[in-house]
Ligand binder design. Structure first.
Ligand code: C2E
Ligand code: CA
Ligand code: CA
Ligand code: CA
Length: 272
């Protein structure tokens, strides 16, 4: 009977696997959603730490289902990145931002910084610079500056090639931000090997930032190091007055977090 149950569980396993492979998959649903324009840009302001004036925005994807439900990127970005759908998805986001953002920017400090999350394979496509130029042309000349937020997952062997790509982007006035700094994805190795303009300190470190926590030392160290390397610092996930006061004393350059604004669709975006 042990043999029987082993055979049965293999059969069940195979059936289940076939079902997963052949059912209308998340991949197909996502692919259709991209074509139908169901994935839209939301915007989260990034502010100057001294004035709280707007430095720019980060564009964050949201999947709005036909019934109006808002689906978090955590539920579809990983698949999009693994499958390559992230590239057409990001192009759609750029097109939509180019349509709806320009009219919002009258009276803003310029240049206004617009950040997108790119996978490095997208940056390395031959058409990438043309896509960026087409995007920037949607705005009056000189009014915006693009930031490419990258999450470094590249094996270190390929870093020298990436370095070349990033240099070219910088020559074309695109800033490079290393995202989620301090987590497994972005670390000191990459910081010293790649030309980086901005680091975004992950909210993980900020969560621990309460009046009597040890994460203060880590943050102090990262900020000092960034200053030494002439790199700007954005702190993400800023939620409390205490965090703001503390980080201001440490001369962080920019803040992004619920304390200032959650990510919002274009019609809810208010810029100070
Ligand atoms: P991320 O690039 O690190 O983006 C910042 C995330 O932190 C956003 O989550 C934002 O809503 C959240 N956040 C900002 N301030 C606060 C705060 O004060 N408290 C808390 N609890 N959270 C805060 P979101 O929008 O859910 O996006 C999650 C991740 O999905 C992003 O992390 C990014 O890695 C990925 N993602 C989103 N949109 C895109 C996209 O268009 N392309 C790619 N490749 N990845 C994207
Ligand atoms: Ca980001
Ligand atoms: Ca981040
Ligand atoms: Ca993140």
């Amino acid at each position: 009977s042990l043999l029987l149950s082993a055979i049965l569980s293999i059969i069940v396993g195979v059936l289940l696997w076939r079902y997963i492979l052949h059912s209308p998959s998340l991949y197909e649903n996502l692919s259709k959603a991209i074509d139908r324009g169901e994935i839209i840009p939301w915007y989260q302001p990034i502010v100057h730490s001294n004035s709280y004036g707007t430095y720019g925005v980060e564009v964050l994807a949201r999947w709005i289902s036909p019934s109006g439900e808002v689906i978090s990127p955590e539920n579809f970005i990983p698949l999009a990145e693994q499958s390559g759908l992230i590239i057409p998805l990001t192009k759609k986001l750029m097109a939509q931002v180019g349509k709806e953002l320009p009219e919002k920017l009258e009276g803003q400090l310029q240049p206004f910084h617009v950040g997108f999350n790119f996978i490095t394979a997208h940056l390395q496509e031959p058409e990438f610079l043309d896509e960026c130029r087409a995007f920037i042309k949607k705005f009056p000349p000189g009014t915006i500056r693009l930031t490419a937020e990258i999450l470094e997952r590249e094996p270190f062997e390929r870093v020298s090639q990436l370095k070349e790509t990033l240099r070219q982007l910088q020559e074309n006035h695109i800033d490079i931000a290393l995202d989620d700094f301090g987590t497994g994805h972005s670390n000191l190795n990459y910081l010293s090997a790649l030309p980086i303009d901005i680091i975004k300190i992950d909210k993980l470190f900020i969560n621990g930032l309460s009046p009597d926590s040890g994460s203060q030392k880590i943050i102090d160290y990262v900020i000092e190091m960034a200053k030494t390397l002439n790199i700007k610092v954005v702190v993400e996930g800023v939620e409390t007055q205490f965090q703001v006061e503390y980080l201001k004393k440490k001369r962080v350059d920019y803040f992004q977090g619920y304390y200032f604004s959650k990510p919002v669709p274009i019609n809810k975006l208010t810029l100070r």
